[in-house]
Design a protein around this ligand. Structure first.
Ligand SMILES: Cc1ncc(COP(=O)(O)O)c(C=O)c1O
Length: 1018
């Protein structure tokens, strides 16, 4: 073993010059160079060439001298790219010569070329230089891969594996605090690092890239000119190379870990490091410093006159003290991040898991945060009164300001976003431990601001890790940490800060909480660290951090690292991303732009229009991150943005979209699949783009078949937007702008059982209402006319969700057919299984129409429609005139249509519609018991109506009440509509995926709204 305490050789300048000449045949001027254990001389020849003559410490074993020679030789042969000294062959034919000292000791002697350059110690340390140093060492070690020599297997104090031996030198450290610091570092090294070293990659490394051994280009101080002095080279863990270089390069810099990260990244770029190597790097850097300061402390006693020993002692101590204050896991995360690894293993998987499972998380608040009206708390604005009062530790003032503002603006939930830079963190605990003079200002949790006492719940099962009180001013107050271990996800923890102290007595470490279980209550300022009441919810992907270790506020420079260790909890808390970022035009801007650029006839729902930016299942999310439960828009039949439909459309769009003039599988397959859902006989399909187009085609067919133009319709019907369909729509032609009923149209009464004359027996409703049809046919007959067709929705919708009396259509179809007319079922709103019991609503009436038209839900939002009829009608319609619809039946539409059918069948959505529909009707009926205003509840599957009346006897329509409920539900985040001739029927057509929880939410909101409107008076 090398004896580091053996005195260095003591040859004179003259003797050195003589040795150079005798052993290597080279003469020149000799000057002394510094060396710790050996003796180095610079030899300068008159022709400008320069060498270093090295007289090796007599205690150095021969094998080690031979090792260095072999090493330099290996480098010269294998990688001339790395600038390292070159050996000179001595007179004896080998690079190694020897010399005997006056004391009779034998010293190995060698002569190597002098590398031009400036020691890095004499240049400034820029990030570029550190990165280049890392790269140079990476290339050097890359070149040394596979090189081995018996002399490399040496053991000495500067070997990082021997760092534990520094414990024997602890007593040389006179300062008690310093000694404790080093002891602590050694304890950790022994316990957690040393046992892993043998498992790490090892090879021959330089092992002493201190800034006197690294030369930079004289003209460009950021370029590495060479690496010298291989005297400490040995076979050791590769990562020790990086640790040693870091230990010297990051002394006295503002951000030592950042500087180390830069160097490490350079090394990694040339010679990729492994995660397990980076995981010990912080401690190995510390150990290099520990070896250095303990050896210095020891040698200071023995050889107080050797200035080399103390050369880096003071800065090393300063760095060690800074290391002592740092969290080694954070430092390690920074180093890992610099090499592109996740800050802690599993961090990225946790985020991905939360995102993938966000829909199954339990709400953290009684009212799901997504459904609440939210606004950001103004902590991002340093001058804001709420920020100023919070920073000045006047939480009551901050709370008062916030409460007043929320009341004025209708805000229900305040949000403090992840990553926000804040000036509120004024106390000393927010000083950075990594960057000198920097403060931690970026918020790493998610804040939810509500009243003190608000209960908060865990979104997924968890085990209580700790419950404690953090007393620091502007600290957390009561702090709860839960550990979560969901299937298929790396474990992670959640931190719940600023809580009420009641949790201290209630929660016990180790206690298991179910998803949705109470975690605690938001604390009042006296209990929550002195803040306006809020929950600080934070995720830590590093399970090894205790609640207090977790960094609630971080430095700007390492926000990307903190983002992996402490990812944004917004998704976990169910806060939509739109809460934080608004894109596009504001609502008023869009309203204004519509006024200038769009038809003014377009209506906008609600007195305060909503801008939706995203849809998901039964939910629509507005531009401020509020989710509305969509119980109205039946186009999104399977829910908004259904992944199967999106996928089908995208895949087919990316492949081909043409028209029916070319052969394609999809159009015929779709026709087969669609007709298979209909009763026998309805076997021929035609495709178009809108319900109106499908109905228009139906009219053409009926007129071709019958030669008549006359139509029989139901009052208050709506069948489409073209002129010929407006003519068939009393809902349009009777109202503002309408020209009244055209002469060819005959209108029968709405078969509305709720408004049937009191003297009609219920069982006769069908026949009695059908009499109105008979009357119209009779009127036509008297005019010498006969209906080409009877068209009706199978559940008249705009007429107020009118469920036809049983047997009605059977009777009507009989009458119409008796006079040669066709029967058209408009299933544009009600089709595709919405009624639950059947695919098509007409089936409930036990009839088979001649023509069925379909639209709205058919493509889950993709604009398409269909008509299905009989072979006979189809053949008769084929009168020589081509039917071509540019977009109808295109492959993309057919793909969407097929996917819709698939999902309805696969997910048994008709069953769902039936079950949830029945549940809703039962709940509505229960409400009817309590609210006089509810005159009638009706529905079939998920096609539902609640008719409101001011008087149950007179059935006077409660139109104003209905309008208020509609607006009130919207204010509470639920979309419904109003319909009926008097606009007094609440209309609901939620998507087929509507869940029991969605239904409960709808009921809850309706209950609330009815209570409010009833109290206010309509
Ligand atoms: C019953 C009914 N038929 C036809 C249509 C017309 O469909 P589209 O708007 O797709 O042309 C509608 C549209 O609201 C409708 O409700």
């Amino acid at each position: 073993m090398t004896d580091v305490t053996h005195p260095a050789p003591a040859f004179s300048l003259r003797e050195a010059a003589q040795l150079a000449m005798d052993r290597f045949g080279i003469g020149g001027r000799v000057t002394v160079l510094d060396s710790e254990r050996d003796q180095n001389f610079k030899l300068s020849h008159d022709d400008g060439s320069q060498w270093i003559l090295k007289i090796v410490n007599a205690s150095e074993p021969v094998s080690e001298c031979e090792f260095q020679v072999a090493l330099l030789d290996h480098l010269a042969r294998n990688n001339p790219d790395v600038a390292a000294p070159r050996l000179t062959i001595s007179q004896n034919g080998t690079p190694l010569a020897d010399a005997i000292s006056d004391a009779g000791e034998r010293h190995a002697v060698r002569l190597v070329t002098w590398l031009p350059g400036l020691p890095m110690a004499m240049s400034g340390r820029t990030p570029a230089l550190l990165e280049n140093l890392g790269r140079a060492l990476g290339r050097l070690d890359s070149a040394l891969q596979g090189f081995i020599h018996p002399g490399a297997l040496r053991t000495f104090d500067w070997d990082i594996r021997e760092a534990g031996a520094a414990r024997q030198r602890l007593h040389h450290i006179s300062d008690v605090a310093d000694r404790a610091l080093v002891r602590g570092l050694l304890d950790h090294f022994d316990a957690a690092v040393a046992p892993h070293l043998a498992g790490l990659r090892a090879q021959v490394i330089h092992n002493d890239a201190n800034d006197w051994n690294v030369l930079v280009d004289e003209d460009n101080h950021e370029r590495i000119a060479g690496i010298i002095d291989f005297g400490d080279a040995l076979y050791s863990p590769l990562i020790a190379e990086v640790a040693v270089a870091c230990a010297y390069s990051i002394l006295d810099v503002e951000d030592p870990i950042g500087a180390a990260a830069t160097l490490v990244a350079g090394f990694h770029a040339e010679y990729p490091l492994r995660e397990e190597e980076l995981d010990v790097l912080f401690d190995l850097i510390a150990m290099r410093l520990v070896i250095s300061v303990t050896l210095s402390a020891q040698r200071k006693e023995k050889s107080a006159d050797n200035p080399y020993l103390a050369i880096s002692e003071a800065p090393a101590w300063r760095l060690l003290r800074r290391f002592g204050a740092m969290n080694r896991r954070f430092a390690t995360s920074i180093l890992r991040n610099a090499c592109g690894f996740e800050a802690t293993p599993g961090a990225r998987a946790v985020v991905a898991w939360i995102e993938a499972n966000r829909k199954s998380l339990a709400p953290v608040l009684d009212r799901h945060p997504a459904t609440q009206v939210k606004a950001l708390v103004p902590y991002g604005d340093p001058a804001h009164p709420m920020t100023v009062t919070s920073a000045a530790r006047q939480p009551d003032k901050a709370t008062a300001w916030w409460d007043a503002w929320c009341a004025e603006h209708g805000i229900e939930l305040g949000i403090g976003p992840w990553g926000e830079a804040r000036t509120v963190y004024t106390s000393d605990i927010f000083c950075s431990r990594f960057i000198e003079g920097a403060r931690r200002v970026h918020h790493l949790g998610l804040d939810l601001f509500l009243q003190a006492g608000t209960k908060v719940y865990t979104p997924l099962p968890g085990t209580v890790r700790s419950v404690e009180i953090e007393e620091d001013p502007l600290g957390y107050g009561c702090l709860i940490e839960l550990e979560h271990r969901p299937d298929g996800c790396p474990p992670f923890v959640t931190l719940w800060g600023h809580m009420a102290h009641e949790a201290m007595a209630r929660l016990k470490p180790g206690e298991k909480l179910q998803a949705g279980a109470l975690v605690g209550e938001m604390g009042a300022p006296v209990e929550n660290g002195g803040w306006a009441p809020h929950l600080h919810l934070q995720i830590s992907t590093d399970l090894n951090l205790s609640a207090r270790d977790i960094l609630g506020v971080g430095e700007a420079r390492y926000l990307n690292v903190w983002g992996e260790l402490f990812p944004d909890a917004a998704t976990l808390a169910g806060i939509p991303p739109e809460t934080f970022v608004q894109t596009g035009r504001t609502r008023p801007e869009i309203v204004a732009a519509r006024r200038t650029s769009l038809l003014p006839n377009l209506s906008i729902s609600y007195s305060e229009p909503i801008k939706f930016v995203r849809g998901e299942g039964a939910w629509l999310i507005d531009d401020r991150g509020r989710a509305y439960l969509d119980c109205f828009n039946n186009v999104c039949h399977l829910g908004h943005a259904h992944p199967d439909i999106v996928e089908a459309i995208c895949t087919q769009s990316a492949r081909l979209n043409t028209n029916t003039r070319y052969l394609h599988d999809a159009v015929v397959t779709y026709a087969e699949r669609l007709t298979a859902t209909l009763p026998e006989g309805l076997s021929v399909a035609s495709f178009a783009c809108s319900g109106s187009e499908a109905n228009s085609l139906a009219l053409r067919m009926a007129r071709t078949m019958t030669g008549s133009n006359d139509a029989l319709v139901l009052d208050w019907a709506y069948h489409g937007t073209t002129q010929e369909l407006i003519d068939l729509s009393p809902y349009k032609y009777k109202r503002k702008g309408g020209k009244g009923k055209p002469a060819h149209v005959f209108e029968a009464a709405i078969p509305d059982s709720y408004r049937a004359p009191l003297d009609w027996p219920v069982e006769e409703y069908a026949l009695r209402f059908a009499e109105s049809i008979g009357e119209q046919i009779e009127t036509m007959r008297k005019q010498g006319r006969a209906p080409a067709f009877f068209i009706a929705e199978s559940i008249p919708s705009v007429a107020g969700q009118v469920i036809l009396p049983e047997g009605y259509l059977r009777e009507v179809y009989r009458m119409v057919r008796a006079v040669g007319g066709l029967c058209i079922a408009d299933e544009v709103q009600v089709g595709f299984g919405r009624v639950g019991s059947h695919w098509w609503a007409f089936e409930m009436q036990g009839v088979v129409p001649d023509i069925v038209t379909m639209g709205k839900p058919i493509g889950n939002g993709h604009p398409m429609s269909a008509l299905v009829t009989t072979r006979e009608i189809a053949d008769r319609f084929n009168n020589g005139m081509e039917y071509f619809n540019t977009f109808g039946g295109n492959p993309v539409s057919c793909a969407a249509g097929l996917a819709v059918l698939d999902v309805i069948e696969r997910d048994r959505l008709r069953d769902n519609a039936a079950a949830i529909g029945a549940y809703l009707v039962a709940r509505f009926r229960a409400m009817q018991q309590r609210y006089e205003v509810i005159g009638d509840v009706r529905g079939q599957g998920l096609f539902l109506g609640i008719e409101l009346v001011n008087n149950r006897k007179t059935k006077e329509p409660a139109t104003a009440f209905a309008r208020k409920v509609n607006e009130g539900a919207k204010v509470r985040g639920v979309l419904i509509g109003t319909e009926g001739p008097q606009d007094n029927v609440l209309k609901m057509r939620p998507p087929m995926v509507f869940s029991r929880a969605d239904a409960d939410h709808l009921i809850e909101v309706l209950e609330d709204t009815f209570a409010m409107v009833s109290a206010e008076g309509a």
